[in-house]
Design a protein around this ligand. Structure first.
Ligand SMILES: Nc1ccc(C(=O)N[C@@H](CCC(=O)O)C(=O)O)cc1
Length: 477
């Protein structure tokens, strides 16, 4: 299956040679945590690295200022590595610490490990590029620096713009507790802003003249919360109030805005659920005599997994083994584990249907399984996976039990254990890319698998045709 087998030590050595510089890149991005479409410095750091490594640059992919693409090589198949570098709001935390201690109170932090994600993908792309050059093999390697994975759906906009239209195979990964192949599908979702407009009035003198937009937001969430009982259990709905209408209780709130994320296992289920949420919003407007406007900002599709690519990546992981953590890594991971609850730790093992063991760091590669499981989250890699056969690894960069979007992820983001996990997953991705580059049979099998999983359905973007990347909307604080 892995035709490039004899080449594996060579491409792994090419990763080893550059691991240090890419660990520095990951640290640099950790130090400038930027959220959704605001990743100016992080994208610039990736662009600089692409240039330094000799890639040809395309700036502002799909007209997104913080999306950057680098290509190297000529002719042959196109193998794409997908990277991310966006952070999360409110998760600032000092590095290598074992208690909650923000670096800057209230500031952003890399709570999903995307500082490592982008860097390892770019390292894998660089190693495969170096291998092409060394061996004089025709083929093109691309690195897509993709912003705004956390809710901005940048890859869905990039897909809509045709950025992946000539790609043969796409490869990515995500930081995790374990080392292995991602075999789960993810939830499709849409982000929708509901704006209510009422009428201001003196809340004591003439309350009967006021119509409260804030009431509408509250009634909408009451309605949605009742609806939860009557929706498929895999679906998710959550919301954040962006505008409460002001700080004066004695002024009837004339404007209010709430952002909803609606999720479902597939697009058909998603759109059906969205219609119901919109009816609840209309009902809230009717009850409060306010006006309601809804705008869909972004959306992502469910992931389509790919059996031939997952099998290839599994073989590579098994021939390589888990990252070689040392005593110091284990000691730090033990201290992180002491900050977690027993439920945190149990959840990580249960997610992988594994019997819990008393180890702080993964010392094995996740075994393969054939059922398609549902993961709780979403990712815009989903949209790429509908149009290009896509495979993703899990890299062991976190103490077992660490849950994403927590300070513990940020605390481990610059650690030696994270850098070891990142280097090992870069090797797996580079080797998977090499296998795809050198085996037409694998590429054909991967495309056949994608067509089979489509079941005759063509890809339909979850983003409304007229929507632009929600750069301004996402900078709302
Ligand atoms: N392998 C993973 C990929 C994505 C995520 C994740 O947390 N994604 C965000 C993305 C949100 C979005 O795409 O709208 C989420 O689900 O809230 C978690 C693990």
């Amino acid at each position: 299956m892995t035709d490039g087998n004899s080449n594996l030590p060579l491409v792994w050595d090419l990763v080893d040679r550059k691991t240090e510089v890419f660990a520095e890149l990951a640290n640099q991005v950790w130090e400038t945590p930027e959220t959704c479409y605001m990743e100016t410095e992080s994208a610039a750091a990736h662009r600089e690295m692409l240039e330094a490594q000799g890639f040809r640059i395309t700036d502002a992919v799909a007209n997104i200022p913080t999306a950057v693409m680098g290509e190297a090589g000529s002719g042959g198949p196109v193998i794409a590595f997908l990277g991310e570098y966006d952070a999360l709001a409110g998760l600032s935390q000092k590095a290598d610490t074992v208690e909650h201690d923000p670096l800057v109170a209230g500031a952003n932090g890399h709570g999903c490990g995307h500082n490592l994600l982008g860097s390892a993908s770019l390292l894998a792309a660089t190693a495969l590029k170096d291998w092409l050059e060394k061996t004089g093999t025709p083929g093109r390697v691309r690195y897509y620096g993709c912003p705004a994975e956390e809710g901005g759906a940048a890859k869905a906009f990039m897909v809509r713009d045709g950025a992946f239209s000539d790609v043969d195979i796409a490869i990515s990964w995500h930081p995790s507790n374990f080392a292995g192949v991602q075999r789960e599908t993810s939830l499709a979702n849409c982000r929708i802003d509901f704006t209510f407009t009422g009428r201001a009035a003196h809340a004591a003198a003439v309350p009967e003249l006021g119509r409260s937009a804030l009431d509408a937001v509250e009634l909408m969430s009451v309605g949605v919360n009742y609806m939860r009982e009557h929706m498929p259990s895999e679906c998710r709905i959550h919301y954040a109030v962006l505008d409460t209408g002001g700080i004066s209780p004695n002024v009837v709130q004339a404007h209010a805005k709430v952002r909803y994320v609606v999720r479902a296992p597939d697009l058909a289920g998603l759109f059906a659920l969205i219609e119901r949420v919109k009816k609840v919003a209309e009902g809230a407007a009717l009850m409060t005599e306010t006006k309601m406007e809804s705008v869909t900002l972004a959306g992502v599709s469910n992931l389509v997994v790919n059996t031939p690519l997952m099998d290839t990546m599994q073989d590579i992981w098994e021939s390589m083994g888990p990252p070689a953590f040392d005593a110091a890594d284990i000691e730090f991971a033990e201290k992180i584990r002491a900050t977690l609850t027993p439920e945190d730790v149990a959840a990580s093992w249960a997610q992988e249907r594994l019997e819990q063991r008393d180890i702080p760091l993964a010392d094995f590669v996740l075994p393969p399984h054939n059922e398609v499981r549902q993961m709780g989250g979403s990712t815009d890699v989903g949209d790429v996976s509908w149009v290009v056969p896509t495979v993703q690894a899990y890299g062991a960069t976190l103490a077992i039990g660490t849950q994403l979007h927590t300070w513990q992820v940020v605390a481990q983001g610059k650690s030696a254990l994270a850098h070891k996990g990142m280097a090992s997953v870069a090797k797996v991705m580079a080797a998977t890319g090499l296998a795809a580059m050198t085996s037409e049979q694998l590429r054909e099998a991967a495309w056949a698998d994608l067509k089979r999983r489509h079941k005759g359905q063509d890809y339909k973007s979850p983003i409304p045709a007229q929507a632009e990347p929600p750069i301004a909307a996402m900078s709302v604080r």
